[in-house]
Write a protein that binds this ligand. Structure first.
Ligand SMILES: Cc1cc2nc3c(=O)[nH]c(=O)nc-3n(C[C@H](O)[C@H](O)[C@H](O)COP(=O)(O)OP(=O)(O)OC[C@H]3O[C@@H](n4cnc5c(N)ncnc54)[C@H](O)[C@@H]3O)c2cc1C
Length: 429
């Protein structure tokens, strides 16, 4: 993110003024400023934004409202599903983070936002006032797009597209599956959280099978005719899993080839396409997605189901003084990724601090890299830098790209883990 020199000096001055204050001193300073930001959702976008608001201006009081007491990252949850990382490796608490940065955390669910009164209403009945509110609730599943699928059915047939209990359920189902079994994944239509995510999951499940259940197969039933990093994935599948041969461990069926799952029977783990009915041993249905429910309830979404925002400030186009970041926002060409949510969180934090002071908003830029594993030692990535053109996010020509075919796949796998450790430290450290 670029901050103009004058604004950087102001922000640095504010940080400097707070240096040496104890935590109680910081809390005292909060009370003095009179400005309060409420962040709805303590995930990738919300945690980053909350922390950076406090960094840019420690006099601003920040309250994060998040129902969970621990946050499991979706990023790298496929590694847990494949069995080479444990769930606790992707799980992060809020206690130290809240104390270290002087951020108040309320564990509650936000059920509404009253933009006129500038209040957030919690399930417990608590009402919290704000000067500015940042909403980063992630995505919700559109269960009703697949007949027979529902929140209840997802306990038997997990989507595991929110990391947490369903990550563990899917892992256990794979462990219990007999050798020679069939893992079927229904991949969602665009736009959805983490475009390469389903294909990394298919790769790593195949890797697990190759090691432990070598007669088993992975079938991807896709609602799309193309997917992210497709050339890199299919080259990796050929190299490791015999893709394209009669003996392939992975089969991908595109939308044009009757891939769209129309209905499921969760009780007997069957997926129905227009012309086919496929019985799975483990069925993983990832449905179409929409902005987290609170965004809709608070009137922040448009007809697309996502939240239109001003990219310079991430302020909602529907309600003043409310900002939306992360997967819920219409951010294209930025993808719905944790790295993009982190980048948006910082830009939004700088804008919120400037707007609270009545200053000019800094000129933003953003960055994203998505790593995926084909095996634990074979990584691929796509990267891009973005700047603002005519008030909108725009790709910087020549700034990014894909891992070249035949590139340093081993190193990319090392970078993927390193990226994870760095980004979670930036969010939750
Ligand atoms: C399998 C998988 C793999 C992925 N891999 C990668 C990767 O390698 N790299 C990458 O960059 N991204 C990856 N992603 C994408 C990444 O997880 C998301 O893009 C990112 O988490 C989005 O951040 P967010 O803040 O919008 O939502 P989240 O991180 O999901 O945070 C939303 C938070 O809001 C809370 N919340 C929701 N509603 C309310 C409410 N009403 N009141 C209070 N709190 C609420 C939720 O409890 C949650 O904690 C992956 C995703 C999946 C599913």
């Amino acid at each position: 993110m670029t901050i103009k020199r004058r604004q950087f000096i102001k922000a640095a001055g504010a940080v400097g003024a707070a240096t040496g204050l104890s935590l109680s001193g910081l809390r005292f300073a909060n009370a003095g400023s009179g400005k309060h930001v409420v962040v709805v959702g303590g995930g990738a976008g919300g945690a980053t934004c909350a922390k950076y608001i406090r960094h840019f201006d420690p006099s601003v009081e920040v309250t994060v409202i998040e129902p969970k007491t621990e946050f499991a990252t979706c990023f790298m949850s496929n590694w847990v599903i494949a069995g080479f990382k444990e769930q606790n490796w992707i799980t992060h608490g809020y206690g130290d983070w809240s104390r270290k940065h002087g951020i108040k955390v309320i564990h509650d669910l936000v059920v509404d936002i009253d933009a006129a009164k500038q209040t957030v209403i919690c399930k417990s009945g608590q009402v919290v006032n704000y000067d500015r509110c940042v909403v980063s609730p992630g995505v919700d599943m559109k269960y009703d797009t697949i007949d027979g699928y529902s929140e209840a059915a997802s306990h038997l047939v997990p989507h595991a597209w929110h990391a947490g209990p369903q990550t563990t359920v899917l892992r256990k189902q794979l462990e219990a599956m007999p050798d020679g079994g069939l893992f079927v994944m229904a991949a969602p239509p665009n736009p959805f959280r983490c475009p390469p995510g389903p294909y990394e999951r298919a790769s790593l499940v195949a890797h697990y099978f190759k090691q432990h259940k070598p007669r088993s197969k992975v079938l991807i039933l896709d609602s799309k005719d193309a997917f992210s990093k497709q050339g890199l994935f299919t080259a990796g599948w050929k190299q490791h899993y015999g893709f394209g041969t009669d003996d392939s461990m992975i089969e991908w069926r595109s939308k044009a080839n009757d891939g769209t799952v129309q209905a499921v029977n969760a009780d007997n783990r069957t997926a129905m396409t227009t012309f086919d009915e496929i019985k799975a041993d483990v069925l993983n249905v990832i449905p179409a997605q929409t902005a987290g429910h609170i965004a809709y309830k608070a009137g922040l979404t448009d007809a697309s189901g996502w939240c239109p925002v001003n990219h310079m400030t991430w302020e909602s186009k529907m309600h003043k003084n409310v900002h939306v970041i992360g997967d819920a926002a219409i951010a294209s060409p930025l993808p719905k990724s944790g790295y993009a949510a982190n980048s948006e969180g910082k830009v939004c934090a700088a804008a919120v601090v400037a707007m609270l002071k009545g200053n000019d908003v800094p000129t933003p830029s953003w960055v994203n890299t998505c790593y995926s594993l084909v095996t634990p030692d074979h990584g691929v990535s796509v990267a891009m830098v973005y700047d603002a053109k005519d008030g909108k996010v725009s790709k910087v020509k020549g700034s990014g790209g894909l891992t070249p075919v035949g590139g340093a796949y081993g190193l990319e796998a090392v970078y993927a883990e390193s990226w994870y450790l760095n980004i979670v430290d930036d969010m939750f450290g």
